[in-house]
Design a protein around this ligand. Structure first.
Ligand code: CLF
Ligand code: SF4
Length: 297
């Protein structure tokens, strides 16, 4: 699967469970939930739970300080030797919490230099964060890009928080899209691998995502991960309450196939929680709550 890649890129992806389908059988990732705030609103979000279109209602991530996050990472590394990647992916947007996120990365790059650092963002604050991300030796950044058309964006993002103001509708979506695309270009220009996540929302952006895939590929994104919208009414999200449905498995696979002519597609995403621990699809987070970690010491 990785045969066509240069040695440099292969070394970055071969033990990252999200960037390499092969790797996900052998290598584990963990997330530390250090980022509570968010700078936009997505119609698929329920702030009580997690970013990344979290799939299991009723489970709230345990919010950690950077210090606790480092402790937790060390405890997991000591107990799960396959753990190669530490990601920050919520429960809000990591780059909307720059102090907490970068403090965590700074400590980990000093104390655990062998662990790969990974971050997932909505992209709004990405351009101003690229310099800092490259300082911490972060090779993997995920941007959630659901559209490149602000009219479609306005149906997904009711508002963004930008320059101390709430900006609604098409105007807000346009700024978000511009920031995402600019951030993508800045990252790929620095050789940082970018994965684009897109949430497939039937009737909203499903017909549009093949174009998104082409555009992000042209700008150097390495991988595209189209995920199904999860909009159960009990999640209490806007879409859930409005009766918006998620795609069927066939609809999702058809869209992934129609993007794949041009792009490497990720097909093994498990829509992880902001505090997930273990192999993809196996969540051992309950074994590593802070009270259990403190009891291990
Ligand atoms: Fe985490 Fe995301 Fe990094 Fe992976 S998850 S920050 S790239 S280490 Fe992976 Fe989970 Fe899918 Fe994300 S399976 S939700 S793609
Ligand atoms: Fe929620 Fe994430 Fe969207 Fe922020 S970016 S509103 S945390 S889904």
């Amino acid at each position: 699967q990785l045969g066509h890649l240069s040695d440099e890129i292969r070394s970055k992806v071969e033990n990252h469970p999200c960037y390499s389908e092969d790797a996900h059988h052998y290598f584990a990732r963990m997330h530390v939930a250090v980022a509570p705030a968010c700078n936009i609103q997505c119609h698929y979000c329920n702030r009580k739970y997690d970013c990344s279109n979290e799939s299991r209602p009723g489970v709230v991530s345990e919010l950690l300080t950077p210090e606790q996050a480092v402790k937790k990472t060390m405890a997991v590394a000591a107990n799960i030797p396959q753990m190669t990647v530490l990601g920050i992916a919520g429960p809000g947007d990591p780059l909307a919490n720059p102090e907490r996120t970068f403090e965590t990365f700074r400590r980990l790059s000093a104390e655990a230099p062998d662990i790969k650092l990974c971050v997932s963002t909505n992209g709004l604050a990405l351009p101003e964060s690229v310099e800092e991300l490259s300082k911490h030796n972060i090779d993997h950044v995920t941007i959630t890009i659901n559209c490149v058309d602000p009219e479609i964006g306005a149906q997904i993002y009711p508002w963004i928080f930008w320059e101390n103001k709430r900006i609604k509708g098409v105007k807000g979506a346009k700024i978000l899209i511009e920031q995402q695309q600019k951030g993508l270009e800045m990252l790929t220009a620095r050789g940082i691998l970018v994965k684009v996540n897109s949430v497939m929302i039937p009737g909203v952006n499903d017909k549009h995502l093949a174009e998104v895939s082409k555009i992000v590929k042209a700008k150097g994104a390495f991988l595209h991960n189209v995920m199904p919208l999860i909009a159960e009414a009990e999640h209490g999200t806007f879409y859930g309450v409005m009766g918006q449905r998620g795609p069927t498995q066939d609809e999702l696979m058809d869209l992934q196939d129609s993007c794949s002519g041009d792009m490497n597609m990720m097909r093994h995403c498990r829509q992880c929680r902001a505090d997930a621990v273990g192999l993809l699809g196996e969540d051992r987070g309950d074994e590593f709550t802070m009270d259990k970690i403190e009891a291990m010491e």
